[in-house]
Design a protein around this ligand. Structure first.
Ligand SMILES: Cc1cc2nc3c(=O)[nH]c(=O)nc-3n(C[C@H](O)[C@H](O)[C@H](O)COP(=O)(O)OP(=O)(O)OC[C@H]3O[C@@H](n4cnc5c(N)ncnc54)[C@H](O)[C@@H]3O)c2cc1C
Length: 631
């Protein structure tokens, strides 16, 4: 059998989609997204790609690289610390004075300007261009701190620095673009936004329609963007367009006023309500041609995906801050509110909520720190960013509705209440920067892609060459015809059953954490055969078994959260270890389909008592909501 060419491969992938009933249009579009993903991958050195990421290796190698799941301690200080402290002071003071918002109840331009003076917008930009060059592993936990004072200000730092123009220019800009644009972004003279979504293109980025056409020394942009956070006249935005049919990113300077080429579209939006969010209408809008970013490989989606990985970790960091605010609000209220003569904080149900929320906080912290550290090590962070984004946003949603709202009862819906006022803020992260379930499918695909290429693609091509439509393993003629491509897979399967235990010994761990780490290692041992089994079972129709893929993806994600949380708790306080232990027990039970034990409930109550006594250092100093309607 001849060796398959790249063209053969592409045609097989397309054929697979066609055979599974997809339209020509969907085949073309899916191919375009796959290509964009390959191009992002090609930007990283071999050892830093998704295929070398800790999660990928834990699934497909017979040894979990534990050293890559354990975040080392951060250096004691960094020059960016002073900027962070100044920024915290400004936001705290403005909150006290009530001077954070403008007449429209949005974060005011004055507040943004004062933060600019403190260096807030330049945290991720290197000193060479006027910033302070904070490592991402310092920036992300800082966002958590900022979010305990003002989640919207933390969110805007991510809009500006991760998904906005900062990351695209510092990563993909040429020397002239960096020199010209980064100082403006670092000083906050120009604040930024990221315009990708369109009325007809959100999850499906291949449906983008906004075009840019070169006319002499500039591009003319025509089209419409929707839901763009922080987009007002005067911003410098990362604008995703199509140039000659291919996605590209232009850094567009929005004029100070609307004009015949540029209009703002307004609408009421419940979420991120303290930031401006607009639709943008472009009609032959001019952008200088030197503002086109040209990545060494790939196109505009390559650039967009790079920033989104950072944005997803930042989102998890911000969720960790918001959940601290919720927990801090629940404690005084549950001490104050009496039912049947007793404060509700003595009740098992309420204690369980307090303990669960502490567990979610330590787990989101662990994922934030771990993912950011990997980014600083040069990893692409695709899989890790997805796990952090999904867990962070889902935890925040659960915390808001199941834990915070229920504990506050009817008062949760009062104007001025942390829940009632912010409920949309707590839900929207499940949607923006990629809807969670769609991201879960992308996670599965990234994990499975290489294995598919290695073992299933050759089978598909052999089918094609032998003019066979399907492969029936019980038909000896089929097996004989495909023997040369089936043998490597048979060998791989055999290696999964017989290879010895190459796992390095566990580090010194608290006995509770050790049990969880061992559980995760055991779960990873069967992950590869389980994923491969799905690919074997569903073959070309796997793309349509979305629920099965989502479930398989979630299982791997849960194991990752469990492992990272357990490892990160080692050496921390008793309360921290206990919170980590309980959230890991929750995850184990979910994975095993088991009911909680009485002991688990007793441990939850014990942890809640420690937290009620002030033992959870994560919420020390966090503002506690005033108790509303004290009767
Ligand atoms: C508060 C807020 C702020 C935002 N800020 C920005 C911003 O600054 N910049 C920006 O560019 N965008 C921004 N967005 C847009 C956001 O990223 C998109 O809303 C998001 O990506 C989802 O796209 P969509 O709304 O078009 O949903 P759709 O793509 O219409 O999807 C709706 C649902 O359909 C289902 N679905 C879609 N495709 C499939 C499929 N193939 N298989 C199975 N199910 C499917 C999924 O469940 C999905 O969630 C923001 C949105 C909000 C709410």
């Amino acid at each position: 059998m001849s060796t398959p060419t790249a063209a053969d491969r592409a045609s097989f992938a397309e054929q697979a989609l066609r055979l599974s009933g997809k339209s020509e249009e969907e085949v073309r579009r899916t191919g375009a997204l796959d290509k964009a993903d390959d191009q992002v991958e090609a930007l990283f050195a071999q050892h830093q790609r998704t295929t070398a990421s800790p999660i990928f290796r834990a699934v497909w190698e017979r040894r979990v690289p534990l050293e890559l799941f354990q975040t080392p301690p951060q250096p004691a200080s960094h020059p960016a610390d002073a900027v962070m402290e100044r920024s915290i002071e400004i936001v705290r003071r403005r909150h006290k004075q009530g001077t954070m918002l403008d007449a429209n109840n949005k974060v005011s331009e004055e507040a943004m300007a004062e933060l600019a003076g403190a260096g807030y917008w330049g945290l991720l930009i290197s000193p060479e261009y006027g910033g302070t060059g904070a490592p991402f592993s310092r920036f992300a936990p800082f966002l958590t701190r900022m979010a305990t004072i003002d989640p919207m200000i933390a969110g805007l730092a991510s809009v500006h620095g991760c998904i906005g123009a900062v990351d695209p220019v510092r990563t993909f800009g040429n020397a002239e673009q960096k020199q010209r644009l980064l100082p403006l972004l670092a000083s906050g003279k120009k604040l930024s936004a990221f315009a990708l979504t369109e009325p007809g293109a959100g999850s499906d980025l291949t449906a983008l329609k906004t075009t840019a056409t070169l006319k002499g020394d500039h591009y003319e942009v025509t089209g419409e963007k929707l839901f763009i956070t922080n987009a007002i006249p005067g911003r410098l935005i990362g604008l995703v367009v199509l140039i000659e049919g291919k996605p590209a990113v232009l850094i567009a300077d929005l004029p100070p006023q609307e004009n015949e080429h540029f209009r703002i579209k307004g609408y009421g939006l419940w979420a991120l309500k303290r930031a401006y969010n607009h639709g943008l209408l472009f009609d032959r809008f001019p952008v200088p041609k030197e503002n086109l970013l040209t990545p060494p490989v790939g196109d505009g989606l390559t650039i967009a995906y790079h920033g989104l990985n950072l944005g997803r970790l930042a989102l998890c960091a911000t969720a960790a801050g918001s959940m601290r605010l919720m927990l801090a609000s629940m404690l005084p209220w549950s001490a104050f509110r009496k039912t049947y003569g007793q404060p509700i904080q003595v009740r098992e149900l309420v204690k369980r909520r307090i303990a669960r929320l502490a567990g979610l906080i330590v787990a989101t912290d662990a994922l934030t720190n771990w993912g950011s550290w990997l980014i600083d090590q040069g990893f692409r962070g695709e899989l890790e960013g997805i796990v952090a984004k999904i867990f962070g946003s889902e935890s925040q949603k659960e915390a808001a509705i199941e834990l915070c709202m229920k504990t506050h009862g009817g008062r949760a819906f009062l104007h001025g209440h942390i829940f009632g006022d912010n409920v949309h803020e707590y839900l929207a992260p499940c949607i923006y920067e990629g809807e969670g379930e769609i991201l879960g499918l992308a996670f599965f695909k990234s994990l499975a892609k290489e294995h598919g290429k290695q073992f299933f693609e050759p089978v598909g091509m052999a089918l094609k060459q032998n003019q066979m439509k399907t492969f029936n393993p019980k038909n000896p003629l089929h097996v004989w015809k495909l023997r040369s491509v089936l043998l490597p897979y048979a060998k791989w399967m055999l290696s999964q059953s017989f290879s010895g235990n190459g796992q390095a010994p566990l580090p010194q761990l608290d006995s509770r954490l050790k049990g969880h780490v061992q559980f995760a290692l055991d779960a990873f041992k069967t992950a590869a055969t389980s994923l491969s089994g799905l690919m074997r079972k569903y073959q070309l129709s796997l793309a349509d078994r979305q629920c099965r893929m989502a479930e398989a993806s979630q299982r791997v994600q849960d194991v990752v959260v469990l492992l990272v949380t357990a490892l990160s708790a080692q050496g921390k306080s008793e309360v921290h270890i206990s919170a980590a232990d309980l959230v890991c027990q929750d995850l184990q039970r979910k994975l095993l389909g088991k009911r909680p034990s009485d002991r688990f409930y007793r441990e939850s109550s014990k942890l809640a008592d420690l937290i009620i006594d002030g033992g959870f250092e994560q919420i020390a100093g966090v503002h506690r909501e005033e108790i509303m309607m004290k009767y």
